[in-house]
Design a protein around this ligand. Structure first.
Ligand SMILES: [Zn+2]
Ligand SMILES: [Zn+2]
Length: 143
């Protein structure tokens, strides 16, 4: 009996802008949902207690405006050793999106710049979570 082909993963588009409005991007890819990231680098980069990130696989990014207004920081001091390119607005400093070196064609939008009020489905790096934060999402115990 022949195996049935896997269904084509659903692709979605989400847009985000920075605080000053100089940068606007749209990412289209396979919907991997939103996560809360408690890693030390996201805490420092966001200037907050965690980052709320929306992930897309097999994705493409389109600049609706402001490609020249974006700069990047190559974050090589990550837990898994993979370089994470953190892109932010040169004008206002807002974190807009990230691109990990692996997997290829994965893009991550910071949900703070999105219109959609997405609920996270998982939490990452919970060992580094600030102790006063309650259960934000179904916790993933190890990463
Ligand atoms: Zn800006
Ligand atoms: Zn992180």
């Amino acid at each position: 009996m022949a195996s049935s082909p896997k269904p084509t993963p659903k692709k979605v588009s989400r847009s985000a802008t920075c605080l000053c409005g100089a940068v606007a991007v749209t990412v289209t890819g396979v919907d991997k949902g939103a996560v809360i990231c408690h890693c030390a680098n996201c805490q420092r980069s966001s200037g907050s207690s965690f980052a709320h990130n929306y992930r897309f696989l097999d994705a493409d990014i389109t600049f609706d405006k402001g490609q020249d207004a974006v700069t990047r920081y190559e974050d090589g001091n990550t837990v898994n050793g993979n370089v994470l390119a953190r892109h932010f607005c040169k004008v206002c400093g807002s974190n807009v999106f990230l691109q990990p070196s692996t997997p290829a064609r994965m893009w991550i939008l910071h949900t703070g710049g999105m219109q959609d009020k997405t609920q996270p489905s998982r939490e990452l790096f919970t060992h580094n979570k600030h102790p006063w934060i309650g259960d934000v999402a179904a916790s993933k115990p190890k990463l």
